[in-house]
Design a protein around this ligand. Sequence first.
Ligand code: AMP
Ligand code: GLY
Length: 427
Amino acid sequence: MNILLLGSGGREHALAWKIAASPLVTKLWCAPGNAGIAREAECVPLDIANHAAVIDFCRTNAVDFVVVGPETPLAAGIVDDLASAGIRAFGPSKQASRLEGSKGFTKALCTEFGIPTGAYGRFTNAADALAYVRAQGAPIVVKADGLAAGKGVVVAQTLREAEDAIAMMFDGAFGAAGAEVVIEEFLSGREISFFALSDGDTAIALASAQDHKRVFDHDQGPNTGGMGAYSPTPFVTPEIHAEIMAKIILPTVAGMKARGTPFRGVLYAGVMLTPAGPKLFEYNVRFGDPECQVLMLRMMSDIVPAMLASCDGQLKNFDLRWFPDAALTVVMAASGYPGEYAKGTRIEGLEDAASVEGVEIFHAGTVSKDGHILANGGRVLNVCASGNSVSEAQRRAYEAVDRIRWPEGFCRRDIGWQAVDWERKGS
Ligand code: AMP
Ligand code: GLY
């Protein structure tokens, strides 16, 4: 089978690594890819926003199956366009991608189908939004409705911050994405990521993970795309796992089907484990980055039949096996990220780092030039490791990080801290 993978981040390197290991694959391309993905797949310089060019490539190269990594092409309807051209693709349709593309859409779905989430209001003008936050009080969460590259959420600790966020969003800080604003109850508890695979009719759980969104140690500084992750998280006990499937994932799949927009692909639920039980605070319609990297390390089964089953409505009775080991990934980013950063700095020591037991290095923003690996983005490398505990995976990942010579890069030193604390205390 010939497969084309779309994307260029650490998530896509992990997917390419896993897909390339499948005996079903004859040929794997990745568009546009990166220097690490080039080891697993043939990278092609396609503009993935140009759906006609992607379709053309598939026809010319007899591509049987397209796997879409990031949300932007999904929200732009690439899966629908490929389907119209007779090409199978893994991921949700444009309509189903609204679970990530519109926070108001997801909140309304939760209300309609009784999915636990925070109380909320939807607003299209600042005056009504301001009246609502003044009535509710702080802390409160202000969200731009649409896709805003992870920057459209303000967790306001004071009324003043909430008022400023409302003003900023209605002033057009996020363009059309902020034309509607969702204001949500502040949920307190532990935040976890829960992944499931759906075929439109049913869903199977993948695994749980924890991301680290803030840029600095001790969860300080601005939000990023994610500075590291580990899986599984001890905070998703078997009981909580079953509750999330029964109260959040399966009602969402049933609701999307009932509305005539079945969801096929990876459902990534952002869940707060509150004293009143797990509550959904957001959906994403694709694998998390960097959560995907740890999920791929832990997945024992071939991923390709699972993706085909999701696409073809055949997930019922499907089973995925996982390695019992934990996995952890540390993101190395260019100094200055998530603000301004330099490109083109040289990274050395990668082979030495990759030789640490249990370690796998996935590339995000890298290019290869004259035999050297150069940084080419904000998040640049994912140094991943497996281990018999999160603590062991963490030790191995940082041993590898310390072998990488890249003075212009940085990483957090405390990825996995919640699970490591938990393991140390033994509960
Ligand atoms: P997002 O950009 O949607 O991933 O949200 C960014 C972060 O905001 C999340 O990772 C949560 O930590 C936080 N957040 C979102 N919604 C809520 C909520 N209702 N209560 C508390 N924190 C939230
Ligand atoms: N790691 C967060 C995300 O992929 O959205």
